[in-house]
Ligand binder design. Sequence first.
Ligand code: MG
Length: 196
Amino acid sequence: MRTLNLCIDIDGTVTDPYYWLARANEYFNTNAKPQNVCSYEFAEALGVTQEDYDIFYNSCAHAIHAEAKIRLDAKYVIAYLAKNHNIHYVTARDKKYTDITSAWLNKHNLPIRSLTLTGNADKRQNAKELNCDIFIEDSLDNALQLSGAGYEVLLIDCTYNKSLLPKNVTRVNSWYKIAMIAAKRAYDTNFKLKTA
Ligand SMILES: [Mg+2]
């Protein structure tokens, strides 16, 4: 078995994708449901302006990230994958949330080889620096951008990332499927590692 560099997004990928909805509904006095979140335009799903959403996020971000629910299958599978592979978290969160993000990963006993907060949505340079073999994401835009740069992406199925996908992006319904694909790549000598 070969060691893979696995780059893993955090929000919506390791966390439950809709954990912030309850707090947002309370703040805006709305009743948005997961099925209303059809794109990354969360303000639209709530029926509020982007400006108001940004005020909400900036005032509640620490609490939102601290109370984020974990996807239980992610917790178990990442612990399993870390026995043989390098786990690199790459999130678009702003760098000022480094401590709260690190504390959250530790709280859930998630194995960490590295943690990068990019502060912007473009993760291609991080994938390059980390010799990424597989990128695990929930953002359709990131998936398309990374696959366009030649990376294999596993896209966790969510209400907001429905689309046809290019050949090197695979839609997955659970972390167990991710474990199966990672195992396949680790044993497949035809799969060219980025470090090779
Ligand atoms: Mg995400």
